[in-house]
Ligand binder design. Sequence first.
Ligand code: SAH
Length: 367
Amino acid sequence: MTTPLAQDIAALIAAEGPMPLSRYMALCLGHPRHGYYMTRDPLGARGDFTTAPEISQMFGELLGLWAVAQWQAMGSPAAFALVELGPGRGTLMADALRAARLVPDFGAAARIHLVETSPVLRAAQARTLAAYADHVAWHDRMEEVPDGPALVLANEFFDALPIDQYVFHAGYWHERRVGLDDGGRLVLGLDPAPSRAAPAFAAHLPPPAEGAVLEHLESGPARVLSARLNTQGGAALIIDYGHAGGYGDTFQALEQHRFADPLSAPGNADLTAHVDFSALARIGRAAGLRAFGPLEQRAFLARLGLAQRAERLKRDAPAEVRASVDAAARRLAGDGAGEMGRLFKVLVLAHPEIGLPPAFDSAEEWV
Ligand code: SAH
């Protein structure tokens, strides 16, 4: 299938030469007219993928309790920014705020800031969070969130940020680029000149074998977030599918819950990469923060009381509700194929004066 965006991208490549993967991803996801997130709500059974807060209210509720405990660990500031990066339909925030009503001072202190570029999803967030309308502000970027201590939540946000890839060939790293074949179709290729940037990105990894793939996350948003937490105070809870570093090709497209060719329908398929949590931890630590994790989602949710919350929801409920609560808990925290418990990981970046984040052990600090 060719798309309007495929034609734009082909014209750009014809004029300027093959483009880095990060530019291709940024165009596919964020192009103002044709970008994937700009034109649709991709979530849910009829969309392209489902996320933890859409699977069950328990996810957002447990994150809300985590946020309350983290706020208390910060000394219960009387005003703070409760920030969510890429809030989707606003479901996580709504569930978190409902659970946080247990501690009314938390809700009274929170100013809600949603960082979201998609007009379609901003509208969905406004509907979901209508009860909090006076306390919610939207921003295109983290930089626009007003100064002050912040608690930042990011579920499945970093996987949507552009990455670059480098392939190790005959002793050198070469950048992977999107070019055109003889028929004018988009095709992946390698920059013939060795990359000057890649050796530094690979410096902390074992020597690569021929054909190894190195991924590098666009680090701007993580740097901005980390610098802000270091100067203004606060902590970030980052949850995503990913790994703690290494080689491998995780660039993927999802269309209607199936993997697709990332070049086949630019603008119409979700493009993501697995998150390199070691890179996020290093960026946070370089900015003066402490990093904790990555902890598997199954352990994180278990420590926050997933089983107890599921029991509470099942009490006095009809059989089909009990079955769906159990199924949701398995999907979120199971370790089988298609379950999220092991694939998804949790990283906390925190101001050094805060101490241990809730649900983390001192042995889980990244050093
Ligand atoms: N956190 C939600 C949605 C995950 S999908 C959930 O768990 O259900 C990714 C979200 O990030 C969407 O809301 C998308 O519009 C937003 N997004 C993607 N790239 C972004 C960017 N560069 N800046 C801000 N938001 C972005």
